[in-house]
Write a protein that binds this ligand. Structure first.
Ligand code: BTN
Length: 338
């Protein structure tokens, strides 16, 4: 049976950093028995954590596994939160599935069952991962971050595109810091690196009398995908962090960095600071000021200059005949950015 103490033990081990800690110290600190400490440490060993035990100094955490484990993600997030005094509900509950159809499906089901804001659902792989406009999203096992945050922001449906934008800001800001790669956003929600797509955001909101009872923020990041994992037709346009940096990235660390940054951006959004977030979005964006061509949902192909973003997050496009078209995220797909 799974121990309920894994998260606590991991938080304590992350808290002491490279210092060792004895079983007695852990037991006292966590108000659990010596035996419970030993059981939890044994269980962590079975999950792939390398914890050395020295008779004099105690436990040393040497290595953590590359796979996503809910208790580990919660402990990592709690550690960052404690240092930043961040009381956000994001990630208070984290679920990791081996396989789902789509983490957005799970989030929407949990939303209807009444789960609270802040639950995050990860899947090692998705059999039916989806992108915008009904596209398939390939989600091979343990090679990327495929996850959905359940939010209940008590705002009107109008601001759905703002949620897409703050998600892009959070992901790109976090991943720039942790990978050092020059990631950018391509309007409305593509995460790009050196002109190739390495991730995306799919927001699916519930809708009731002009209100939004929940929003499922689905985020997909190609972390350690190899070129050969992509179908032939995507190899020139899609990429991964590993392909671009030529090194392996540790998914649990990146997942925690994104959730932490997301909590910060979401708090700003709830405080009504969308203007600050929009400024950050504009700094990270690579669409504005470029000639683009897009296909509207009504089938029209429109060409023009991506001239600005309005306060609701819609793209203002100056068309070749001088008109300004207001394009709402989710209604278009960009054909090409020159
Ligand atoms: C896009 O750029 O088209 C959006 C891609 C979003 C993919 C993620 S993976 C986790 C979540 N579950 C899904 O089925 N889709 C989103």
């Amino acid at each position: 049976m799974a121990s309920t103490n894994l998260e606590k033990i991991l938080l304590a081990l992350y808290g002491v950093g490279s210092q060792p800690v004895t079983a007695t110290q852990l037991a006292e600190r966590l108000q659990i028995s010596h035996k419970e400490v030993q059981n939890a440490v044994e269980e962590l060993g079975q999950l792939g954590f390398v914890i050395e035990e020295h008779p004099q100094t105690g436990y040393h955490l040497i290595e953590t596994p590359d796979i996503l484990i809910a208790d580990d993600l919660k402990a990592r997030l709690a550690k960052k939160r404690i240092s930043a005094k961040d009381p956000s509900p994001i990630g208070n509950e984290i679920l990791v599935f081996k396989k789902t159809t789509s983490t957005n499906d799970v989030a929407q089901r949990l939303a209807r069952e009444g789960y609270p804001e802040g639950v995050v659902i990860f899947a090692e792989s998705q059999s039916d991962g989806r992108g915008r406009q009904g596209r398939k999203w390939i989600s091979p096992a343990n090679k990327g971050l495929w996850f959905t945050l359940l939010l209940r922001p008590k705002v009107s449906m109008q601001v759905v595109s703002q949620l897409t934008m703050i998600s892009g800001v959070a992901v790109v800001t976090a991943l720039r810091k942790s990978t050092g790669l020059p990631l950018s956003i391509k309007w409305p929600n593509d995460i790009q690196c050196y002109g190739r797509k390495i991730g995306g955001v799919l927001v699916e909101a519930g809708w009731e009398k002009q209100e939004m009872p929940y929003a499922a923020i689905g985020i997909g990041i190609n972390v350690n995908i190899e070129k050969a994992d992509f179908p032939e037709e995507l190899r020139d346009i899609a990429s991964s962090l590993k392909i671009e940096a030529d090194k392996f990235f540790h998914p649990p660390t990146l997942a925690t960095d994104i959730l932490f940054e997301f909590a910060h951006c979401y708090a700003l959004f709830l405080q009504g600071n969308f203007t600050d977030l929009l400024e950050q979005w504009i700094e990270l964006d690579q669409t504005l000021g470029k000639q683009i061509s897009l296909i509207h949902q009504d089938g029209r192909h429109i060409r023009g200059l991506a001239s600005n973003i309005d306060p609701d997050g819609a793209l203002l496009l100056r068309t070749d005949d001088g008109r300004i078209e207001r394009i709402v995220a989710g209604e278009v797909s960009l054909e090409k950015v020159d």
